[in-house]
Design a protein around this ligand. Sequence first.
Ligand code: FMN
Length: 226
Amino acid sequence: MSQTADEQTKALIAFYSRSGVTEALANAVAEGARAAGAEVRLRRAREVVPPEVMAKAKGWREQAEAMNARYEAPTEADAEWADAIVFGTPTRFGSVASELKAYIDGLGGLWAQGKLNGKAGSVFGTTSTPHGGNESTLISLYNPMAHLGLVIVPLGYADPAMYKAGTPYGASAVSFNEAKPPTDDDLEVARFQGRRVAFVARALKAARITETKQGQADQVGQESRS
Ligand SMILES: Cc1cc2nc3c(=O)[nH]c(=O)nc-3n(C[C@H](O)[C@H](O)[C@H](O)COP(=O)(O)O)c2cc1C
C-alpha cells in the first residue's frame, strides 16, 4: 500500500543487547516492519554501569563499543516520532535489562503529556536457557507499556511461524549461554512481529488522522452555521 511521507508508519525499535543475540532479533523485526512499509529507527540503549563493572565481564566493553558505532542511543524524540515502539531485551533474572528500563523510565516527560497514548507497542527478548524467563520478561514489559498508554500488540498464533518458534507475547531466542544466534524460525517470528506491529500502527494512525479530519470538518460545519 502506498503511503505519503506524512502518513508513512514510523517504527522505533529500542533494544539492549550485550552479546548480539537480541540485536539479531531487532534487525529481523526491523526487516519485517520495513517490508510492511514502515520507516524504522533502530536504537541501542546504552550501559548504565561504570567502566570498572563492565571490565569484569570479558568482551562487554568491546562489544558495546562495536554496537554503539552501529546504532544511536534511543531518545525521547525517537519515541515521540514513532507510531510504533518496539522494545527488545535480553533477560536479566527473568525480567527486563536495566539498560532498556533506564530508557523507558526516561519517557516520563512524554507520559506526563500523554504523548505516547495510542501508539502501538510490542516487545521481544532473549534468554540463555529455554525456560530461563523469556515469557516472564516479555510480560513484565507489558506493565510499563500499559502505563505509557501504548496499544499492546502481541503475536498470538496469527502466523504459521508461531507454531515453530517465538511466544504469543513476542519474538524470542535462546542463546544457550554462548551467544548462539537466533534460529531461522526465531527470525521468521521476529519478521512477522515487525510486519504485524507496523500494520497495527498504520491502522491506529489512519484512525487518528480520520478522527482529526472529522473533528476539523465538524468545527467548520459549526462555524459556517454560526
Ligand atoms: C545479570 C544477568 C542475568 C541474566 N539472567 C538470565 C535469566 O534469568 N535467564 C536466562 O535464561 N538468561 C539470563 N541471562 C543471560 C542472557 O539473558 C542471555 O544470554 C541473552 O540471550 C543475551 O542476549 P544478548 O546477546 O542480546 O546480550 C542473564 C545474563 C546476565 C548478564
